[in-house]
Each structure stands twice: as C-alpha cells, then as structure tokens.
Design a protein around this ligand. Structure first.
Ligand code: LMR
Length: 400
C-alpha cells in the first residue's frame, strides 16, 4: 500500500526543534519555534494558569464531551477579550463563535467554511512572507492562495505601496488574510494610518478580511492596543473572520486553545453560519479539547486572575523588548558591527526577522549551535541574559 509514499520534507518551523534535539553539543540554543522562555531558557507556565488549574482541581470537574462549538463561557470571554466590551457586532448579537484548536485549528475550520460557501475560484491573499502554515492550511482546505507584497528587505519595514497595489489588483470579493498584530515572521506591522488605508480598500473592494490574532497582549503588553486593527475592522460594519489563539498570550501551547469567529450582518445570519461551522467541525474533530478552554475561561472570568494575567503579559512582553535592545546593543557596541540593526528593536512581538540569509543561518547552526528558521527568523523569547551576547557574536561573525 505505501510503496509509493515519498519521504516528506520536515516542517520549516517544527523541523528546527527536531534538528536541535539531535545536536549532541552541550552549548546549544533554540530560537526556532515561537514559544516563550524565561530568563533561564525554561518554558514558563503563567501563575494565573497555575491558579486556575488549582481552582479546577478543587472543583472536581468532570471530563464530559464539550458541545461541538466548545465551552460557551470560554467563547463569550474570548470574543469579549478580542472585540472589546463595547463591541458593536457583539452587542448586536452578530458574531458566530466556536472554540477551536488554537490558531491553526481555527484557521483550518474557517478555511473549510470559506471553501464551502464562497463562490468557486475565490482567492485567499496572504502577505509575502507569511507564517508558512497559512499557505498549507488554505491549500489543504481547497482554496487558491495568492500573495500580496508586505515586507521590504531594503528597509526591513513594510512595503505599504506594494501591499496596496497588489490588493487593488486582487479581484473584488477576495479573502485577505491579515496578521492582526505582531506579524509572523517579520515583526513588522502597519501603522494606525496604514491600517485605515487597508480597511478603506477592503470596504471598496468588498474583501472578506480574515484576521489571524495570535499575539494579543503579547506584543505590547496591552491587549487593547494589540487589538487595534481587529477592532477597527470589526467596528467598520464589514463581515469578517477572526482566528484567535491563546497559545502565546496565556502560554497554553499544548492545550490547543483558541476560537474562530465570524462577524455576520444579522443575528439570523449568525445562526445560519454557526450551524454550518458545527457541521464542518463535527466531521473534523467532533468537539474541541476541554482543559485549556476551562483554564482560559477561569482566568478571563475571575477579576483577580485576570489582573494577574495582565501583569504577566506585561512581564513577558517586557522581557522580549529588553532582549531586542540587548541583542542590538551587543552587535553595535560590543562587536562594532558596521551593519544597521535598528530593525531588531523596531519590530515587535515574538519574532525578529534578522535579515540573515539561509547560508548564514546554516553557518550559525553548524558553527555556533544556534537554531533558527532558514528565513532568518528568530524567536526573541529564546534569548536571555546568559546567551544574548553569544548570539550577537554569532550574528556578527557571519555578517562581517
Ligand atoms: C511559530 O511560528 O513558531 C509558532 O506560531 C508555532 C507554530 O506552530 O509554527
């Protein structure tokens, strides 16, 4: 049966973990997958999460199936967190929401829904570059994926002119995928004015914006600030979709906690959309996992845990911002690099798009045992006060 099954390539992001594990070197550092680490390089379970877990344990909760759309109180809290307490579509009961499996699962359910209900041949436009999995998720769901210009390697910033030009040329009614905050892999986000331009074009072209928001509160430390684009689009009256993840901001990576929401034009439309989301989900995985949603629900619905969460978000994002400064400082002041490294501190969120070329990334891996994706992205969360100078030394060695 399997004689014709060819060996597949390793995942460009997850494969870095696997290569790292195999490296016998004692001094080695992993800056690949986006997962938060503390200053000792250890995974960090948030205190608000630990406290929520203790509460759940003392409540002796059962292990029954969740409904197809997940835990209702989690869903309500998740959309309130995303869209805001005063959200118009929320108040008007126009948002269909289903708990799903973190960012990927939410995108995948959304993509399957689009594939079923948009006119055949509708294209999905993703930024160039984007998180590699975006392209695979939409293609696997049977959608045609196109790219719009996003990153300008000459400035290490946003190519807003290219972005607008490409989106203007896209067919009306296309789906446009937008990273709501902390673009992965580049760490480059549009300014507020540029978001307005993208919104206006979306209205003019009747686009369906699909926002992927995986870093709310994690980029700036402030969940409201990080929801700027999302709320701008949601309040505009457009129909849109949102894939929400609690992997990074609540550190619930392996719990697979997230939500897919669809803004509709009326409560009646919402009911129809939700009924179809249920049909999509039932045949994919029946119902979502329980534990992470319970934890997130507890945190978001308990004022004490909520304020603890917000302080932990500030601490995590603050440490990342400090590491950006430190990496740049070592490069410019200790190693006197002649190159410009301002993009390290200009970019935001978990990742820095260093500008290193694949061959330089390979050298850093073989000579310094520092692991990152070949597109030159590092997870800044993998840096700490003990390894940042060594990483700067490696960057300098391969770029001088
Ligand atoms: C990443 O980009 O490293 C994260 O979003 C994790 C993943 O699943 O790729």
């Amino acid at each position: 049966f399997w004689a014709n099954v060819q060996m597949g390539p390793a995942d460009p992001i997850i494969g870095v973990n696997e290569a790292f594990k195999k490296d016998p070197a004692e001094k080695k550092y992993l800056l690949g997958v986006g997962a938060y680490r503390d200053d000792n390089g250890k995974p960090y379970v948030l205190s608000c999460v630990r406290k929520a877990e203790q509460k759940l344990l003392s409540e002796n909760v059962d292990k029954e199936y969740l409904p197809i759309t997940g835990l209702e109180s989690f869903n309500n809290a998740a959309v309130k967190f995303a869209y805001g307490e005063n959200s118009k579509p929320l108040a008007e009961n126009r948002i269909a929401v289903a708990q799903s499996l973190s960012g990927t699962g939410s995108l995948r359910v959304g993509a399957a829904f689009l594939q079923r209900f948009l006119p055949k041949g509708t294209k999905v436009y993703v930024p160039k570059p984007t998180w590699g999995n975006h392209i695979t998720i939409f293609k696997d769901a049977g959608m045609e994926v196109c790219e719009y210009r996003y990153f300008d390697p000459r400035t290490n910033g946003l190519d807003i002119a290219g972005l607008l030009e490409d989106l203007k040329a896209a067919p009306d009614g296309s789906v446009i995928l937008l990273h709501g905050c902390a673009h992965n892999p580049t760490g480059v986000d549009p300014s507020k004015e540029q978001w307005n331009e993208i919104l206006n074009l979306s209205i003019k072209k009747n686009f369906l914006p699909f926002l992927d928001v995986a870093y709310q509160g994690f980029a700036s430390g402030n969940p409201v600030e990080d929801a700027y684009s999302l709320r701008l689009f949601a309040e505009s009256g457009l129909q849109m979709m949102l894939a929400q993840s609690f992997a990074k901001n609540l550190g619930l990576y392996g719990e697979r906690t997230g939500a897919i929401s669809v803004i509709c034009s009326s409560p009646e439309e919402k009911a129809r959309v939700l009924s179809q989301l249920k049909i999509v989900i039932r045949s994919m995985y029946s119902s979502p996992p329980l534990n992470g949603a319970r934890i997130a629900d507890k945190v978001m619905n308990d004022p004490e845990l909520l304020s603890l969460w917000y302080s932990e978000l500030k601490a995590m994002s603050g440490r990342i911002i400090d590491m950006r400064k430190s990496l740049r400082d070592h490069l410019e002041n200790d190693f006197n690099s002649k190159l410009k490294w301002n993009h390290i501190t200009d970019q935001i969120g978990m990742f820095c798009f260093t500008g290193l070329k694949p061959e330089q990334v390979d050298r850093i891996r073989s000579e310094y045992h520092i692991y990152m994706t070949r597109n030159g992205r590092i997870s800044v969360a993998g840096l700490n006060t003990k390894n940042v100078k060594y990483v700067a030394e490696a960057f300098h060695a391969v770029t001088k």
